[in-house]
Ligand binder design. Structure first.
Ligand code: NAX
Ligand code: ADP
Ligand code: MG
Length: 277
């Protein structure tokens, strides 16, 4: 198993080119947030904006629109069930996050199926939370795209059929290769399984991160990094490390680290890495 280190992150996060504009840094759409879990989509979109994605749109239950805009006016918003608008906007996206706070009821199922039908092969699609549970419970076929799955151990158990106690590298790798997706298997020591069959381990992180919304925030970090930095494999590894490294820094003084604090720290951490790289 290879280790994700600060060196790798500093190679990925580079100073921004002077000749650039918002289009240079990618378009991200976060799809999720039912009436119960709106915060999850808001946290994902927040991390995507603070992580540097050029344009961020949140497709959600419009119940969440005011709260989203109250703290993140940078994000655009639309109803996830608006078929016409989704059909216009989805093909324009570089990176799609689907699942944070989506829920597994009929609303979530309808939204997910519509997204899977419209995704294009060149797009990066980050599948998280409820979307993973729905793929598992409904036996949905994953779309043709650059897929990144971000399950925690329980979600991976549901999707892969491998019980948490049996989630060893060889078994995980076999299923990940079948799924033809990057796997970010989240735990206290998150592992990343890349399409080329290499397996990486996160080397930072803290129990101060064990708070609801922490994984939702990770999806936004990964989306922003995938939108800005190439190749995708390196962007994902750097995103996983950055999310936890910020938490570890804050945990020097805090017993608990809030997901929204990690998002707000992203521009500072990224500037530090860009200067060192
Ligand atoms: N503020 C919000 O709106 C929040 C919304 N959330 C959304 O709620 C939906 C359900 O997700 P949940 O993850 O809460 O529910 P799940 O039922 O999928 O999983 C949570 C349970 O899995 C177990 N588990 C075992 N190993 C674990 C591991 N390594 N990491 C995490 N849990 C582990 C724990 O007992 C935990 O209670 C998702 O769509 C998610 O995005 C959550 O992220 C919480 C915050
Ligand atoms: N004890 C811990 N040590 C290190 N990282 C942790 C710990 N507990 C949780 N995390 C991290 O927090 C995130 C939790 O993700 P997830 O369970 O999907 O959260 P949520 O769905 O509530 O947003 C993952 O990135 C995981 O690695
Ligand atoms: Mg989660």
């Amino acid at each position: 198993m290879q280790q994700i280190t600060a060196d790798l992150v500093q190679q990925v996060i580079q100073p921004r080119p002077t000749e650039s504009h918002k289009g240079t840094f990618g378009r991200v759409m976060v799809i999720g947030g039912n009436q119960q879990f709106g915060g999850a989509a808001i946290m994902s979109a927040t991390a995507a904006v603070y992580g540097g994605a050029g344009l961020v749109t949140c497709a959600t239950d419009l119940f969440n629109a005011t709260s989203l805009h109250a703290q993140l006016p940078e994000a655009m918003v639309l109803a996830a069930t608006d078929k016409a608008q989704m059909a216009t906007l989805l093909p324009k996206m570089d990176v799609i996050v689907v699942g944070p706070g989506l829920g597994t009821d009929t609303w979530g199922q309808t939204v997910l199926q519509q997204v899977f039908q419209q995704v294009q092969p060149q797009q990066v699609v980050i599948i998280d939370g409820s979307a993973i549970d729905l793929v598992a419970s409904q036996g949905l076929t994953l779309p043709q795209a650059q897929l990144v799955l971000t399950p925690h151990q329980m979600e991976w158990q549901r999707l892969s059929g491998i019980a948490i106690a049996d989630q060893q590298v060889a078994c995980n790798l076999a299923v990940q290769q079948q799924l033809q997706a990057t796997l970010v298997l989240k735990s206290a020591r998150t592992q990343v399984y890349l399409p080329n069959g290499t397996v990486w381990e996160n080397t930072v992180g803290t129990p101060a991160m064990a708070t609801g919304g922490m994984g939702d925030t990770l999806t936004g970090v990964l989306a922003a990094f995938a939108a800005q930095f190439k190749p995708l494999d390196q962007a994902i590894l750097a995103g996983v490390y950055t999310h936890s490294a910020i938490a570890s820094e804050l945990a020097q003084q805090q017993y608990v680290v809030l997901p929204t604090q990690i998002a707000r720290q992203l521009p500072f951490f990224m500037q530090e890495q860009a200067r060192r790289g």
